[in-house]
Design a protein around this ligand. Sequence first.
Ligand code: GTP
Length: 879
Amino acid sequence: MSEEIINQTVEKEQQPILSNENIKDEEVNETPQEQQKVEQTEEEIKQQQQQQEDEFVVLEETKSVEPIEESSQPPQQTLTPQETPEQKTQEHEYQDIVQFIDHKGDIVKEDNKNGRTTFLSTLSNRDDFLTKGFDYSVISILGPQSSGKSTLLNLLFNTRFAVMDASTGRKQTTQGVWMGVASTSQNKETFLILDVEGTDGRERGEDEKAFERKTSLFSLALSSVLIINMWAHDIGRYNAANISLLKTVFELNLQLFQKKRNHKILIFFLIRDHDGVTPLERLKATLMEDISKLWTDLQKPEEFEGTRESDFFDFEFTTLPHKIYSPSAFLGQVEQLKQRFSDSSANSFIPKREYRNDDIPADGFYQFSYQVWETIKSNRDLDLPSQKEMLALYRCDEFVELSMTQFTRDIKPVKEHIERGRIQEQFGEKSKRILDLALSVYDEPAQRYHLETVQKKRQVLTDRIISDLKYLFDKQMERLNENTLVFYNSLIKEFTDASTSGGSSNNKKRDGSSVALTAASAGIIPQFSTWSSGIKKKSIEYFEIVAKQSIVPGSDWSYENDLEQLNTKLEKELSTLKENQLVRLSKLMRDKTFQQELTPQITKITEQAPNNMWQKIKNYYEDALSSNEKEFRDRLVDFQLDEQKVNDLINKFRDQMAEGLKNKITERAEFLQMRMRKRFEEKFNMDNRNLPRKWTKTDDIASIFQEARQNAEKLIDLFSYLRLDDEDLDVSFFKRLDNDEHEENTMVNSSKIIIPYKDCCLACENFRLTIKSDYMQALSEQNRLTTGGGVPGYMIILLCVLGFNEFISIISSPLLLLLTILLGGVGFVLFKLGLAGPFIDYSSQILVHFINKVKDIVLHVEQLQEQNHNSPINKHKKD
Ligand SMILES: Nc1nc2c(ncn2[C@@H]2O[C@H](COP(=O)(O)OP(=O)(O)OP(=O)(O)O)[C@@H](O)[C@H]2O)c(=O)[nH]1
């Protein structure tokens, strides 16, 4: 069997289903039947690999299977009826092999149209990998093109890296860098495998060295194990590709770890096509010699002078027999090698923990490799510590956002509650819980990243959350302030409701009578100072309880300012209330003194208007004033006022009393005319026995009239001046002169004048006019008495003679006769009943009254005409 056939057969076994448009130039259409056939063939191959000696023959039989076309479509993950669940698991593990860097050196982007997935989207489905933390190893393979790198990786890690189809000629298969997660069910270890484009490829041409340098640096930056794949026959040839590759690796290593180095890398030499003639130890010695020489010849930075290669690398060597000539031995050795990647407890375990890059967590691997490659690609210096910091920054930003999302979700109901204008109970504790949860969302994944960066970002996150919470806290404080005022008002209302239910706001009962004025009915709060400090204390207590609960434990927030503001506000409210209470109290005292005590007395006294009216008023007033002033002072004690304020209030009370009294007297003086009339009639119309007077011929009507008038006119002087001071008691303001006229007393205190002099004169004049008719009436009555004595006889004869015609006309007219008979009948009845006298008296009185009225009117008209005649205008006209 030719080498080509063997190669082709093995290649077919390892042909990945995964597409790679860069891998194959030829396009072969693959039918579903063909794919199924290939899968069956693979299954057969696996079974056949168990058989050692016969394997070669069986593999040869699979030749007829068409090579699997790497279509541009992603691999199908259908579970065929022949597949077992274990196979499916295995199958799943194969899938995640994707190109990370393409041939041009760009990081592969998602391309839905061509069904091209990225390493990122592949990883995002691999929770099992993402949650690994640092528990994974990165293994890269470097080496010449078509040196069986992918073949080996697939055999070792059950991956499906593309393998060259030797039948179509030897050419580049892996282009750029491919990555895949490998973890087999029997192997608990997780590996991230990097299949790197082979060196010395003729496809790349001129920029080969540059690209090789970049991919090598990339592998070096990420890996814990660097497999150097080399042909056995290249060993000892200093100019072979491997040595230059090794030189590149060493140089890059120095560049890369100039700043900080925290772990060694294992360089694992895989010597392919070992024919067994030269023992491994010999090959190893040769290689180590070359390595030492290489290291010595290397241009090293100053700080690395005197270092040895072993300071940075561990070296391991192994050989594999020729895959084509000794396939079974090859597979056997591969199997042994596979074991060295499986059992981490074994001494021979290759990707030991100590080689791991223990500051790139699995969930940050993609971002890190992305950053590293972008830096390398743009020919910038790759500084791993700062790259790790950058990664931490990037990832921490992501964790911060995650945490903020969690926080926003958790705080939403609290926020809505507060923004609806309500108080959130236990805001502080609730917020703390939400804050802790949000921080734990950050802390858990972030703990694996660069500590300083993590701490910085945590602080940023904490500040953001705290600032959001502070906003809510401030809102809560605003609400609390408002609510405390509502609470305060409710306490006030509680009192006022209670007091108004006990008393009435107006001073009238339903039947219209006055109710007794009391402090309760006037809405006066007893013990105001004690009560108000109690209310304030309760309100502050309420505020403080809620405010304390609103502070997030551990924060430096304080509610002192809010408390101070509230305190000031309550003080202001209470001071307004106090002023209001003082106004009420002053009014109560005023009303009580006046309405309850003084008004009835003053009304009574002014009604009687005795000569000592002012003395009496003065006595009542002073009594009421002193007793109520005392009560007022006592009540003011409750308000804890300073002396000055008390005196001011008392003085105001006194002034108001004096003014009130003056007003009351003024009010009473409005009925002066009526009172004068009454007093006049008492004297003029009543006799000494207080019986209605019957005027006799001997009565001196004029003197009686004058006396009665003067007596009545005294009232004008009495009501015209306020006489509350002792020295005023004898003062006359509307002074009576001897000629019965009056004059003004100009020596009086004008502020005490109740009725101005002019009004006094007018009142006097009016009064005199009104009583004039009384005098006339009395005179006419007296005249009637003097001239009365029966009808003379000649008058009766004269009446008969002169009234004969009227008599005849009456008896000749039935109507007049009837009327005369009727009147005569009424007269007879009245006479018989003895009512004739009173009837005549009454009729004559009405008649006299009517005549008097007419006389008054005539007199009044005459007077007006006279006034009119004397007026300056008329005088002027006359002149
Ligand atoms: N002589 C020999 N050939 C091998 C060995 N392993 C694989 N091959 C063959 O070498 C050819 C290239 O194999 P690949 O696995 O594609 O090699 P590669 O290094 O991944 O190739 P590139 O990715 O293109 O660099 C295939 O035909 C394999 O069958 C080996 O150990 N010895």
